[in-house]
Design a protein around this ligand. Structure first.
Ligand code: GLU
Length: 476
């Protein structure tokens, strides 16, 4: 079989959404499984929808996820240019082939005339089709009017690597526009020419193109080119699974996820498992595992749910697996301001402690600020805690005072601190959920923190005891 060549063909019309990245990722995985190649082609033929800067943004997003391409707008290859607006001459040539073969014609109608045809079809209760209005003697095409495909309506049966065996009837085939009156080709025409010339073996794209597929099959025939292997990705659904995922559901630009402290490896694993699995229960995949295991026939037909909680959980798992040095390099931008200028070695110890609790790198300030600056007591936190709110303030003070006393003689090593805390449980007769939570609040005043004995060890004797005292003072 020919070497696999896949492509990602985005239109530079905005940010790269999760669905787009999944398409790119799957195409990339397929190419990377063998000696294949992955191509980036910019489909910038709809000048009205183009958003300035989005091509660069797209490229940056792919790079940030490590989805590298072998040929593209900024990487020369044998089949360039890779930007459709630089290929207009090529589309003209292919359009001419169709004209010469009697399979394309200049569309002579004004939009008012088309509207009339439409209304007439409606009145006669039949679907409106351009091919019912083919002009008998179309003018020669001079590029000022759209060029339409002269279709050959028929039934098709074809195989889609994801959706399975599909079929369609002649009624869905129509004379669509090949080249618009502004001189740019339509997606419907340009992608077919380009996939052929760029020797693409697998076309992987979103479900929104499925209804046009019979038209594409018709055009492949008219151009006498062999069609590539087709794979259609189902939609990604919102959390409830009842609607297509949109920006309103909180799905962000991939670069924003990274700014918010998600690791690229999390995003890759998460997006790959939106609608794909390897047949086991495994949920987390490294890049190499994905390359080894991915296959189109295990992509589900139905929409996958975008589950934010799973993404967050997965990110925590990936953060935990990083070596401390690696994590250190990645959190540079995330430290709280109060950590500026703090001792290197101390920061390392804090990071080692926080690592297990970080869900995103963005949690770092919440989890660590109190290691670098005195927190302000906030009894509201205690009072809104389900367990602690059952005790009154005097009992809170009593417990913190007992803790101070017990800890005064500790050597402040995590192990002995644990012992002291356990003894304190017995002495006070409280449950860990009460006693330890209270002490934790009193020394961190943070919603969550690493394990208590380790936190105390790193904070040290002076700070720990000092904070317990401040807590008691502020409660009075
Ligand atoms: N330019 C199309 C889009 O951005 C690409 C579809 C395809 O992959 O063929 O939706």
């Amino acid at each position: 079989m020919a070497k696999v060549r896949t492509r990602f063909a985005p239109s530079p019309t905005g940010y790269l959404h999760v669905g787009g990245i999944r398409t790119a990722l799957f195409a990339w995985l397929l190419a990377r499984q063998g000696e294949g190649q992955f191509i980036l082609r910019l489909e910038d033929t709809d000048k009205d929808r183009e958003v300035e800067g989005s091509a660069e943004h797209l490229i940056q997003s792919l790079r940030s996820l490590g989805i590298d391409y072998d040929e593209g707008p900024d990487i020369n290859g044998p089949f360039g240019p890779y930007r459709q607006s630089d290929r207009l001459g090529i589309y003209k040539e292919w359009a001419q082939k169709l004209i010469d073969a009697g399979r394309a014609y200049a569309d002579p109608y004004t939009s008012e005339q088309v509207q009339q045809f439409r209304e007439q079809a409606q009145a006669e209760k039949r679907p409106f089709l351009y091919r019912d209005q083919r002009p008998e003697n179309p003018p020669a095409w001079d590029g000022t009017t759209p060029l339409r495909f002269k279709s050959d309506p028929k039934s098709y049966e074809w195989h889609d690597e994801v959706m399975g065996d599909l079929h369609s009837g002649p009624e869905v085939i129509d004379d669509f526009i090949l080249i618009k009156s502004d001189g740019y080709p339509t997606y419907n025409f340009a992608h077919i020419v380009d996939d052929h010339l760029m020797e693409i073996t697998h076309v992987i794209r979103g479900q929104e193109f499925l209804s046009s597929l019979p038209n594409y099959l018709n055009l492949y025939e008219a151009l006498q080119i062999e069609r590539p292997i087709l794979a259609t990705m189902p939609h990604i659904m919102n959390e409830q699974g009842n609607k297509k995922l949109s920006k309103r559901d909180g799905a962000k630009d991939v670069l924003d996820y990274e700014k918010d402290g998600y690791l690229p490896e999390t995003l890759v694993s998460f997006i790959a498992t939106l609608g794909w699995n390897d047949g086991t229960e495994q949920e987390i995949f490294t890049r190499d595992e994905l390359i080894a295991k991915f296959s189109l026939d295990r992509v589900q037909h139905s929409g996958a749910r975008f589950d934010q909680k799973r993404l967050l959980w997965m990110n925590g798992q990936f953060i935990r697996q990083l070596s401390l040095d690696d994590l250190w390099d990645r959190v540079v931008e995330f430290w709280p301001d109060v950590a500026n200028g703090a001792d290197h070695e101390y920061k390392h110890r804090v990071l080692a402690l926080a690592q297990d609790r970080l869900k995103t790198l963005h949690d770092l300030p919440t989890l660590t600020s109190y290691f670098f600056a005195e927190p302000l007591p906030d009894w509201q936190m205690v009072d809104s805690n389900k367990q602690l709110s059952k005790l009154d303030r005097s009992r809170h003070i009593e417990l913190l005072t007992a803790a101070t006393k017990a800890l005064e003689s500790s050597d402040f090593r995590a192990e002995s601190l644990q012992q002291t805390l356990n003894d304190l449980l017995e002495q006070t007769g409280e449950k860990p959920g009460i006693l330890f939570s209270l002490i934790r609040f009193a020394i961190t005043w943070a919603p969550f923190s690493p394990a208590l004995p380790e936190t105390m060890e790193v904070l040290g004797r002076e700070h720990t005891l000092g904070r317990l005292q401040s807590a008691v003072d502020s409660a009075r």
